[in-house]
Design a protein around this ligand. Structure first.
Ligand code: SF4
Ligand code: SF4
Length: 281
């Protein structure tokens, strides 16, 4: 069963929920797809790390062969190529590795070279396999790392928790496409409501079953909860705005392991999620 946890922005509690669900599952796989800022490993502190580099092809020009026709520049819809009049400039970091320029060059002046944009780490915490995608600083395109992680997902059995990137852009879409069930994490604010609406729309576009976890819940009015009630969305858990939870998390601890209250909460949430996912499969 593959469960993707998502939220419309960072800091909502997506990783808190993901990490604790994986811990509650006991034997599970956790994939950190928030590759620009992965932090699930800070809680798990996995051991026996194996690292795999992620590389993408980018064009390289043979200046002897290039006659400056600019057909490659016109072909690149990502504006990763420019011709100064004297030479072809290649902007590696915005190249999407489509290979189009290599195909259109009449002089066969372009070839491909692989360059490293990040890595995927795999380690173990108790019986949880921890997979972490890491995009190198300054890189703009994370999709190849997510594709690598999704290739891992296809081969994983049992409970798989996918900690999706924040937002609802194409990197989020890539990370949820293999999921059987989506868990939307929402904050109790107007901004949180806006973000919930974004991921709710995404869940509908993908036509996947989903439920909502309300985080940082107080006794104040909660616009996200009201939205769920109005739209008849299933609320699977309410995580309180809680000093103990904040302290455990800020110390890099896993609440499921350290607090009987939260062991109960996340254990119940996992059961709810698995029941819901099974009922919708
Ligand atoms: S490979 Fe594609 S994206 Fe990259 S420079 Fe060539 S045409 Fe542009
Ligand atoms: S298409 Fe080929 S020959 Fe024309 S500018 Fe590009 S690299 Fe040079």
């Amino acid at each position: 069963m593959k469960i993707a946890v998502l939220s419309g922005k960072g800091g909502t509690g997506k990783t808190l929920v993901s990490v604790n669900l994986a811990a509650a599952a006991g034997k599970a796989s956790y994939l950190d797809c928030d590759v620009e800022e992965p932090n699930g490993h800070l809680f798990f502190k996995p051991e026996g790390i194996e690292t795999r580099q992620v590389k993408v092809p980018v064009p390289r020009v043979d200046k002897e062969l290039c006659d400056g026709c600019r057909k490659c520049v016109d072909c690149c819809t990502f504006n990763a190529l420019a011709h100064t009049g004297k030479e072809l400039m290649i902007l590696d970091r915005i190249c999407h590795s489509c290979g189009g320029c290599v195909l259109v060059c009449p002089q066969k002046a372009l070839s491909e070279e692989y360059r490293v944009i990040g890595r995927v780490e795999r380690g173990l915490w108790q019986d949880v396999e921890v997979h972490t995608g890491i995009l190198n600083t300054g890189e703009a395109i994370s999709t190849p790392i997510l594709e690598d992680l999704m290739n891992q997902v296809r081969g994983l059995d049992g409970i798989v928790i996918i900690d999706a990137p924040p937002g609802s852009a194409c990197n989020v879409m890539e990370s949820i496409k293999e999921a059987d069930y989506l868990l939307l994490v929402a904050e109790p604010s107007i901004f949180g409501l806006h973000n919930l609406e974004m991921v709710h729309e995404l869940a509908q576009v993908f036509d996947k079953p989903f439920g909502v976890v309300l985080n940082k819940v107080t006794e104040q009015f909660n616009p996200s909860e009201q939205y769920c009630l109005d739209k008849k969305l299933r609320i699977l858990a309410k995580i309180p705005f809680d000093f103990e939870l904040g302290e455990i998390s800020s110390n890099g601890g896993i609440a499921y392991n350290e607090s009987p209250r939260f062991r109960l909460l996340f254990g119940d949430l996992l059961k709810e999620v698995l029941d819901e996912a099974a009922a919708n499969s």
